[in-house]
Write a protein that binds this ligand. Structure first.
Ligand code: PMP
Length: 344
């Protein structure tokens, strides 16, 4: 795939901003090149624009060459950057599944890009043929979220591969919840498909939503495009320092993931037994989508009791459904107790 041909012409021609820290990267006795304050606070200096230290750790963790890694202010940043790099406002379009994560649509609309939606089947699978038929010559990006938000299921690997092999633009597989779906990542397929972009985040299993750190993995050509158009210092020093510290916590994360998956399965069984629950959908993520007889009423009852879940009833195929994040064992017990109080 020729990335240069897929790019918007103005982005291909763009001469990127070159920051002081891009132009001189080594050590020095005195730095007088970036108009910084010399008095150490200690945050007076600009951060590394390419986050080399954090990237080295991420690349080791994921077993991926650092040249194939982009780090962003959450994975929302690469979603927006990919759209702005590849889609011409008013002309190009993006194709995704429906329902799915809402930011693809918002980011597309902000950029003046049409977003075409391909409905999932009632069991939340997607039909690659229908998706490919929805694409036309102006479709530059396909977004596939797996495990999908808000439905919780992973998309079929064969269907994703079908799109990778037969679509002429980039296929972005958003794996925000992949840590809860062991063995299902497409990361190891990066070398097989030059049009694959995998998004992951430290906001979920890794417990770092507050520091805003997301990842995009793709060919060095695609990563170079993202680096070309990002804000010069998109990840601040506090985020980079905290990430370096927290990235050593693999064992803690594995323990959390194990506990949350166990809780997810336990909660699914217990929720299914409640008389007002119609269906608990299978989940590969850290949440459950639960169909109920009166989702809005139950949402409001829970909120009155200080328990906040997400009402997804207005989302396609999710009528009367709540999306419930798996909390700690004690939080889940509080939720179950409140729901059981409704029947006694
Ligand atoms: N993708 C999906 C599917 C999500 O659900 C979310 C967060 N809700 C994101 C991406 C964005 O995550 P972040 O920006 O925190 O990395």
């Amino acid at each position: 795939m020729k990335i240069e041909k897929l790019l918007r012409k103005n982005i291909a021609a763009l001469k990127p901003y070159s920051s002081a820290r891009d132009e001189y990267t080594g050590e020095a006795r005195v730095f007088l090149d970036a108009n910084e304050n010399p008095f150490n606070q200690p945050y007076n200096r600009y951060p590394d624009p390419l986050q080399r230290e954090v990237k080295a750790k991420v690349s080791k963790l994921k077993n991926i060459d650092p040249g194939k890694v982009f780090l962003g202010n959450g994975s929302d940043e690469p979603i927006d950057l990919l759209i702005r790099a590849f889609c011409e406002p008013g002309t190009d379009n993006i194709v995704t599944i429906d329902p799915t994560y809402g930011m693809y649509q918002v980011a597309a609309e902000i950029s003046g890009i049409e977003l075409r939606k391909v409905p999932l089947t009632p069991d939340f699978e997607f039909d690659p043929k229908a998706l490919l038929e929805t694409c036309n010559a102006k479709t530059k990006l396909v977004f596939l979220c797996s495990p999908n938000n808000p439905t919780g299921n992973s998309l079929g690997k064969n269907s994703i591969v079908d799109v990778l092999q037969n679509f002429g633009g980039l296929v972005i597989v958003d794996e925000a919840y992949i840590d809860f779906a062991p063995g299902k990542t497409l990361l190891s397929d990066l070398d097989n498909y030059s049009n694959l972009v995998v998004l992951q985040t430290f906001s979920k299993a890794w417990g770092m939503a507050g520091i805003r750190l997301g990842m995009a993995f793709a060919s060095p050509e695609i990563i170079a495009v993202l680096n070309k158009i990002k804000y010069p210092y998109n990840l601040n020093i506090l985020t980079q320092q905290k990430a370096l510290e927290l990235l050593n916590q693999n064992e803690q994360v594995e323990e959390w993931v194990g506990l949350l998956i166990e809780e997810r399965e336990k909660m699914a069984k217990k929720l299914q037994k409640l008389p007002f629950v119609v269906q608990v959908y299978p989940s590969d993520a850290n949440f459950l989508l639960v169909k109920m007889y009166d989702a809005r009423g139950i949402y409001e009852y829970l909120a009155d009791n200080g328990i906040i879940v997400r009402d997804r009833s207005k989302v396609n195929l999710c009528d009367n459904s709540l999306r419930i994040t798996i909390g700690s064992e004690s939080e889940n017990k509080i939720l179950l107790k409140a729901l059981k109080n409704l029947i006694s």
